[in-house]
Design a binder for this molecule. Structure first.
Ligand code: IPM
Ligand code: MG
Length: 357
């Protein structure tokens, strides 16, 4: 039975990295006879240029009818002046929200070959393997009311609403407890319960679920401390679960521990296991079109897609092993380059992974 994948390259380096991930998927398909089929659509600035909006209803519907979605990145200076309701990022938030992709899994794994590329000392990060579980369709990103209003004195005021309902907290917490159970059995819930009521409730709900997962050791941490601990002693963490905005911030920090944000894949899943897969990094307009971007985060996202949405674990393993092999061989894009390695382009890195397969 064939599986259909919607490819949404997006903007900036998106098309370059997605092309490499697609080539890797095609190669693994050929090798293992997976029966993958591809459809392509537009999101972000690319979609604004052709249709006037960052994600059309047609593309959204087509994506929902595929078995999984592989996305590059959105945004860039070309669209920064647009009204905030039709900016590229809105396309990304729309697909996450409308497809109900509330569970964002962001694994930060240090590949031993890259220990020297991390900005932290090798002994602090070697062996690092953290999973950040970020709530993705609620919190301050989506809370209403929101906007910029003009006060009586003529001054403008910006405002957002940080809101979480119990069911939203409960379902993401369950995702995290389940994940911890399959890993090293430790879960740290990150909040700001010393200040924000919404996260007082967050902590309460997570705490309430704990007895159902006696095999998981639960702890809580304030977000400011969590940021500090991530750069001080990151190996203390196994699974971290947190809201949308804190997760956005902490996952960038965790990414850098691994040498480069160019290495971090992600999965965004809904209740049925349907998922959207994208690198954690952005569209990097400053290096777009130069062929220097690291395609590995997107290639590893494709591997996550095979594992989580398509039930093709063996093929996912093959891709991950191929990535290890090219790193072993010393191939590095600019972002992970260290002395003594071989610097390669985006396309060369992609081709090397295909070869290793
Ligand atoms: C991410 C990105 C997005 C986010 C932006 C591009 C809207 O930073 O996926 O982490 O904030 O969620
Ligand atoms: Mg981010």
């Amino acid at each position: 039975m064939s599986k259909k994948i919607m490819i949404l390259p997006g903007d900036g380096i998106g098309p370059e990295i997605v092309a490499q991930a697609k080539a890797v998927l095609e190669a693994v398909d050929k090798k293992s006879g997976l029966g993958l089929a591809f459809e392509e659509g537009e999101i972000g600035g690319a979609a604004i240029d052709s249709s006037g909006e960052p994600l059309t209803e047609e593309t959204l519907e087509a994506a929902g009818q595929c078995d999984a979605v592989l996305l590059g990145a959105v945004g860039g200076p070309k669209w920064d002046q647009l009204d905030r309701d039709i900016r590229p990022e809105r396309g990304l938030l729309k697909i996450r929200s409308r497809l109900g992709l509330y569970a964002n899994l962001r694994p930060a794994i240090l590949y031993p070959q890259l220990a020297d590329a991390s900005s932290l000392k090798a002994e602090i990060v070697s062996g690092l393997d953290i999973l950040i579980v970020r709530e993705l369709t609620g919190g301050i990103y989506f809370g209403e009311p929101r906007g910029i209003r003009v006060l009586a004195n003529g001054e403008q005021q910006g405002f957002n609403t940080y809101v979480y309902s119990e069911y939203e907290i409960e379902r993401i917490a369950r995702t995290a407890f389940e994940a911890a159970r399959k890993r090293r059995g430790r879960l740290c819930s990150v909040d700001k319960a010393n200040v924000l009521e919404v996260t007082v409730l967050w902590r309460e709900v997570v705490e309430r679920l704990a007895p159902e997962y006696p095999d998981v050791e639960l702890s809580h941490m304030y977000v400011d401390n969590a940021a500090m601990q991530l750069v001080r002693a990151p190996k203390q963490f196994d699974v971290m679960v947190t809201g949308n905005m804190f997760g956005d911030i902490l996952s960038d920090a965790a990414a850098m521990l691994t040498g480069s944000i160019g290495m971090l894949p992600s999965a965004s899943l809904n209740e049925t296991g349907f998922g959207l897969y994208e690198p954690c990094h952005g569209s990097a307009p400053d290096i777009a079109g130069q062929g220097v971007a690291n395609p590995l985060a997107t290639i590893l996202s494709a591997a996550m897609m095979l594992r989580y949405s398509l039930d093709m674990d063996g093929a996912a393993d093959l891709i991950e092993q191929a990535v290890h092999k090219v790193l072993d061989e010393g191939l590095r894009t600019a972002d992970i380059f260290t002395q003594g390695c071989r610097k390669v382009t985006t396309a060369e890195m992609g081709a090397a992974v295909v070869n290793a397969l």
